[in-house]
Write a protein that binds this ligand. Structure first.
Ligand SMILES: Nc1ncnc2c1ncn2[C@@H]1O[C@H](COP(=O)(O)OP(=O)(O)O)[C@@H](O)[C@H]1O
Ligand SMILES: [Mg+2]
Length: 334
C-alpha cells in the first residue's frame, strides 16, 4: 500500500499509479490538481538529474508561462508528503499524454485537432532549442495534454527532460531517446543534435497528422508512420524498451560493426536516404494537407542533418503556411 507518511488517514490509500513511464510513477495526491511523482527502482538519480535540468532550462527562459509549451515545474514535496519516505515531487496533473489522447479519441482525432497540437508542439520545441537545449527523447507520450474543459482548446506541453542536453549550435551529443523517433544519425551513430531533433519532431507531427486520417474499423495501435517505421524490413526500428544490459550489448556490437563497415569501407548513407525516402512517400500520401505543409515535413526529414531547417525556421515557416489542401478550409487564424 502506498501512503505518503503525512497523508490524512481518511484519504483513499492508492496502490495503482495514476500514470507511469519507464522511469517514473505518478500517484494521486491530496490535491485534485496535483500528482506525486516518484522514481521507479534504480531511477532516483536520473530523476534528480531531470529536476536539475528543468531548473537549468527555466533559468535560461526569461518568463515561464503557458505559451512556452514546456512543462518544467517539478517541486520537491515537503517531507511529510514524501511517498514511502522516497524522494517525491509534486507536479501539476495533466489529463494525459498525447499518444494516449489520440488513441482514446479514435476517429474524433481530426485534422483540426492535429494541426492545433502540431502548432503548439513546434512552438515548445523552438522555445527549448532557443535557449540551447535539446529534449533528447521526443515522442508523443512525452507531451502532456492539459484540458481546459469542454469546447476549450487544450494546452500541450513537452515534458520528461531526463535525456535533455545543453548543446551549442551544431554540437553533437549522445542520443539516448526512443529508437522509433530517432533521426538516421541518432539511430546509426547515436548522434544527438538540434537538427536530429528536428527529424524526430517531424516524425511526431507526421504521426499526429496521419492518425487524424484513420477511418473507423482500422486497428488503433501502431498507426501510420509508426507502423511503417516498425514493420518495413528496410527500416525496422524497435518499439518495446529493452533492458539496459541488452541495450548496451547491442550498442557494442553495432558500434564494432559500424566502425569496420562504415569508417573503414566508407559511409553507407543509403540507409538514411532510404528511411528518408520511405517517410517522404508516406507524407505524399497524407490526403487533405497542403503541399506546403508536406514540403516542410519532408525537409525536416532529410537524410542529412545539414539539409534540414532549424526549429526556429520550422516555427517561422509554419506560422505562414497554408495547412490544409483547400485554402477555404483553413482552420487556423494566423
Ligand atoms: N504531470 C503529469 N500529469 C499526468 N500524467 C503525467 C504527468 N507527467 C507524466 N505523466 C504520464 O506519465 C508518463 C511517464 O512520464 P514521463 O515524465 O514521461 O516519465 P518517464 O521518464 O518514465 O518516461 C507520461 O507518458 C504520461 O502519460
Ligand atoms: Mg517519458
Amino acid at each position: 500500500m502506498l501512503i505518503p507518511s503525512g497523508r490524512i488517514l481518511t484519504a483513499q490509500p492508492c496502490e495503482k499509479p495514476f500514470a507511469e513511464g519507464a522511469e517514473k510513477q505518478f500517484y494521486p495526491s491530496n490535491s485534485e490538481k496535483e500528482l506525486y511523482c516518484i522514481a521507479k527502482p534504480g531511477c532516483e538519480r536520473a530523476l534528480k538529474k531531470e529536476v536539475q535540468r528543468c531548473k537549468d532550462i527555466s533559468k535560461k527562459l526569461s518568463l515561464i508561462n503557458e505559451e512556452l509549451h514546456l512543462y518544467l515545474k517539478m517541486d520537491e514535496a515537503p517531507s511529510e508528503q514524501q511517498v514511502r519516505g522516497k524522494y517525491t515531487l509534486i507536479v501539476d496533473k495533466a489529463s494525459g499524454d498525447l499518444e494516449k489522447t489520440i488513441e482514446q479519441a479514435g476517429t474524433n482525432w481530426d485534422k483540426d485537432r492535429a494541426i492545433k497540437a502540431m502548432k503548439q508542439i513546434i512552438a515548445g520545441m523552438k522555445n527549448l532549442h532557443d535557449v540551447g537545449f535539446i529534449h533528447g527523447d521526443f515522442k508523443l507520450d512525452n507531451i502532456l495534454v492539459f484540458s481546459k474543459g469542454e469546447g476549450i482548446e487544450p494546452i500541450y506541453k513537452i515534458t520528461d527532460f531526463g535525456k535533455s542536453l545543453e548543446v551549442t549550435r551544431n554540437q553533437i551529443g549522445l542520443y539516448r531517446g526512443n529508437s522509433i523517433f530517432a533521426s538516421p544519425e541518432a539511430e546509426q551513430k547515436w548522434e544527438s543534435s538540434a537538427k536530429g531533433e528536428v527529424f524526430s519532431v517531424a516524425l511526431g507531427c507526421i504521426q499526429l497528422l496521419g492518425t487524424s486520417l484513420r477511418q473507423e474499423g482500422k486497428p488503433s495501435d501502431l498507426q501510420g508512420i509508426k507502423k511503417l517505421l516498425h514493420e518495413d524490413p528496410s527500416i525496422r526500428r524497435s518499439i518495446k524498451g529493452q533492458n539496459r544490459i541488452k541495450k548496451l550489448w547491442k550498442r557494442i556490437k553495432l558500434f564494432t560493426l559500424y566502425f569496420f563497415c562504415v569508417r573503414l569501407l566508407g559511409r553507407p548513407d543509403s540507409r538514411a536516404e532510404n528511411i528518408s525516402k520511405k517517410i517522404h512517400e508516406y507524407v505524399d500520401n497524407m490526403e487533405g494537407f497542403s503541399e506546403q505543409l508536406k514540403s516542410l515535413l519532408k525537409r525536416m526529414t532529410q537524410a542529412r542533418p545539414e539539409d534540414r531547417p532549424s526549429m526556429d525556421e520550422v516555427y517561422k515557416e509554419f506560422e505562414k503556411l497554408e495547412l490544409l489542401k483547400e485554402p477555404s478550409q483553413s482552420i487556423l487564424n494566423h
